[in-house]
Write a protein that binds this ligand. Structure first.
Ligand SMILES: NC(=O)c1ccc[n+]([C@@H]2O[C@H](COP(=O)([O-])OP(=O)(O)OC[C@H]3O[C@@H](n4cnc5c(N)ncnc54)[C@H](OP(=O)(O)O)[C@@H]3O)[C@@H](O)[C@H]2O)c1
Length: 326
């Protein structure tokens, strides 16, 4: 079994913590994880710690030179930073280059989209996606990549249905909910890609284990192809609780995107994301364009990683099968 060292930035984050767990559970390689978390916080991992070194480091304050010694000896650096730290990702990659790390994974784990307005002749790229696109471009064109000293792997997916704590987008994640409210824009029956974060993390780990396949590639991992109305039906049948789908009209959604202060109070601060981003996301999903065409996904490169469907996840979550979860 190969032995690999991975520096993971954001190891307590939504996607980062799934990546941490998948690395340490891998049967394909023996991983040692350099887990970077916020100062004075505890690593969210209950298993044996002998293959983990925790660094509680304020990433907003480090320089590439001060961080590089911590990356020395790592085979891979994985950036799982969120919006708060995304503008610092170049520092992480610079540090990886100084430390001679051969592979960098920028924080992607999504699908940026162009929003085509319905009420005016206009298209829009939401600032959250614009920032992701900029940082991704910079990572793939980093001088160390261009010179061949480092390579990159990008893992794309779609909106995720198992994002911990994201109870507006994934209301089933609230263990205390008496009933569920789901929000769609325009058309709740439009189909979209809907991925599991856990299996996306497993896919990333599989790609680390086969560096020759994943070198300098954007690998998209697709999940379920399903509509919000279908998810609501599954949620109803699995939870036995009341599920309401609120279909926000295109006009109202676009007013909120232009002026987020118009958002209904129940949508504000209920998510880690700004409300206009949530509405933009649901707008693209309602438009029926948030999925990847045949040939644009790469699940088959790592066939041992099976994507999880919403029905499998709900079966696990609501305890009916009990064996398809993490
Ligand atoms: N596909 C999807 O549905 C989906 C959903 C969410 C995110 N994403 C993508 O996944 C990527 C990661 O997002 P995320 O939501 O997982 O991020 P996140 O949960 O915000 O995780 C970021 C981690 O960074 C830590 N952190 C923040 N500031 C720090 C600092 N100054 N120093 C050290 N650590 C710090 C946070 O610590 P604390 O835990 O202590 O706050 C957190 O654990 C992004 O590219 C995002 O766009 C995709």
């Amino acid at each position: 079994m190969q032995s690999l060292t991975v520096a993971l930035i954001g190891a307590n984050g939504q996607i980062g913590n799934f990546i941490l767990h998948e690395l340490l559970a891998s049967r394909e390689a023996q991983f040692h994880v350099l887990a970077f978390i916020r100062p004075n916080s505890q690593l969210k991992y209950r298993g044996p710690q002998e293959n983990v070194t925790v660094h509680d480091t304020d990433i907003s304050k480090v320089t590439a030179d001060s961080l590089a010694p911590y990356f020395r000896g790592a085979d891979v650096v994985v950036s799982a930073v969120g919006a708060e730290l995304l503008s610092r990702q170049n520092v992480l990659q610079d540090a990886a280059a100084i430390a001679d790390v051969r592979r960098f994974y920028p924080s992607e784990f999504g699908m940026h989209s162009v929003l085509r307005m319905r009420t005016e002749e206009a298209t829009l790229i939401h600032p959250t996606w614009a920032q992701k696109m900029k940082c991704l471009d910079e990572a793939m064109k980093h001088p160390a990549v261009v010179s061949g000293r480092m390579s990159y792997t990008v893992i794309g997916c779609s909106d995720s249905f198992d994002a911990p704590g994201e109870i507006l987008l994934c209301p089933w994640e609230d263990p205390n909910a008496m009933e569920y409210n789901m929000y769609a824009v325009g058309d709740a029956n439009a189909k979209m890609d809907f991925t599991s974060m856990r299996t996306t993390a497993a896919y990333l780990v599989a790609s680390i284990c086969r560096p020759e396949i994943s070198e300098n590639r954007f690998l998209a991992f697709s999940g379920d192809f399903i509509s919000i109305a279908e998810v609501a039906d599954l949620l109803r049948s699995h939870s036995g609780k009341k599920v309401s789908v609120h279909e926000i009209p295109w006009e109202q959604a676009e007013d909120i995107i232009r002026n987020p202060s118009l958002a209904p109070p129940e949508l504000v601060k209920a998510s880690n994301f700004p409300v206009d981003f949530l509405i933009a996301l649901r707008h693209v999903q309602g438009s029926g364009t948030m999925w990847r065409a045949p040939g644009q996904t790469h699940n088959s490169l790592f066939p041992n990683v099976k994507h999880q469907s919403v029905v499998e996840y709900f079966s696990y979550l609501f305890g009916k099968l009990g064996d398809s979860g993490p």
